[in-house]
Design a protein around this ligand. Structure first.
Ligand code: COI
Length: 356
């Protein structure tokens, strides 16, 4: 399949006027990638076209039963002026893994990655140049068949949109405050907690709104069975640096397998740290915060990058980690990861792909 180019003339294109303090996910570029699928026919109609609203039948499956999956990755403007993608092949593989779980058609990973690069190249003027900002890339697939019975859709659309972004949290690289909920759960074993599907995020809204009212930036989820073991933050995976061990919850099916998570584990192991993927109880975290055994806590994600956590609230008490300061490990990981992403440091793992 070829990607048809339906591009706006130069005089109709917008541009990024102010590059500093970019909001997250509110500005969109001029073009999008689009293709559709019909059962028995496969994916077709691949094109890069002007960014525009999508017209769907009110009976479309996605509206009623949420058959939808997405991805999130970024294009970085490098110190040498070249545009870099960070491990995009991992996002493509995760997209197809999500598709299988949600009974949706897989895509040709190489084809979609090439199309994504072509789109970023078309929109290269939109990649912000300030360090810390990037062009956020959002691929999304949804079931569009007009049918009210509950079954996998026979029709789908897939698109990629782009958004120049700054930091995800208003705190930037400063420690955030997190609320640990034992009232709500995000995902249960056997469910779709390890899939990047919209419903997981909708299900998290009530807890985050309640946390925000108490001035906490995000919610830390506990497991659904015992409400005891730490899972993830919903927009990021979570790490705890206990004395000589960097620990993160194991991927047991209820946690999103983050690409930043995977990269942090690899870098920390290569630096000689003992890294464990295991069950971590909230009691262990809080008693370690009190005794000082917990040296640091931070989240990892594409949008959030490395996000230090300075405070955890649980059952009406607030626990301070590292005096509410960014710790040296979080800083070192942040510097190394962003150094690779922006090209100011070598890429020993071959994680970078260039555009074009
Ligand atoms: C990402 O980090 O790319 C995500 O998908 C989190 C998002 C929901 C903001």
């Amino acid at each position: 399949m070829k990607v048809e180019l339906k591009l706006l003339p130069a005089e109709k294109r917008g541009r990024l006027t102010n590059q500093s303090n970019l909001p997250f996910g509110r500005i969109f570029t001029d073009h999008m990638f689009y293709m559709f699928y019909r059962e028995g026919e496969g994916w077709q109609g691949a094109c890069i076209k002007p960014y525009e609203p999508i017209c769907l039948d009110p009976a479309a499956v996605v509206f009623h039963y949420s058959q939808t999956i997405f991805e999130g990755l970024k294009a970085y403007y490098g110190v040498d002026g070249r545009i870099r993608l960070f491990r995009p092949e991992r996002n493509m593989a995760r997209l197809n893994r999500s598709a299988r779980r949600m009974c949706m058609p897989e895509v040709d990973e190489d084809f979609v990655l090439q199309a994504l690069k072509q789109l970023v190249y078309v929109e290269r003027e939109w990649v912000p140049k300030e360090k810390g900002s990037a062009l956020y890339i959002r691929p999304l697939m949804m079931g569009t068949e007009a049918f009210l019975g509950v079954k996998p859709s026979a029709e789908y659309i897939f698109f990629i949109i782009l958004s120049p972004v700054g930091a995800y949290y208003k705190e930037g690289f400063n420690p955030i405050k997190i609320y640990v909920t034992d009232k709500y759960v995000r995902a249960a074993p056997g469910g779709v907690g390890d899939v990047k599907t919209g419903g997981n995020y909708a299900a998290s809204l009530m807890a985050s709104e309640e946390a925000k009212k108490l001035v906490y930036t995000q919610v830390l989820w506990l497991d659904a069975v015992e409400r005891r073991y730490v899972e993830e933050v919903g927009t990021m995976n979570i790490f705890f640096y206990f004395e000589d061990e960097l620990a993160t919850p194991a991927l047991t099916g209820t946690i999103l397998p983050g690409i930043t998570r995977e990269s942090v584990i690899q870098m920390a192991r290569d630096w000689g740290l003992r890294v464990s993927e295991r069950r971590i109880s909230i009691e262990e975290v809080l008693s370690s915060a009190e005794s000082g055994r917990l040296k640091e806590c931070f989240g990892t994600g594409t949008a959030a990058v490395i996000s230090p956590v300075g405070w955890l609230a649980y059952k009406g008490r607030e626990y301070v980690i590292n005096q509410g300061q960014t710790g040296p490990l979080a800083r070192k990981l942040f510097e190394e990861l962003t150094g690779i992403q922006y090209g100011s440091r070598p890429d020993p793992y071959g994680w970078i792909q260039f555009v074009p």
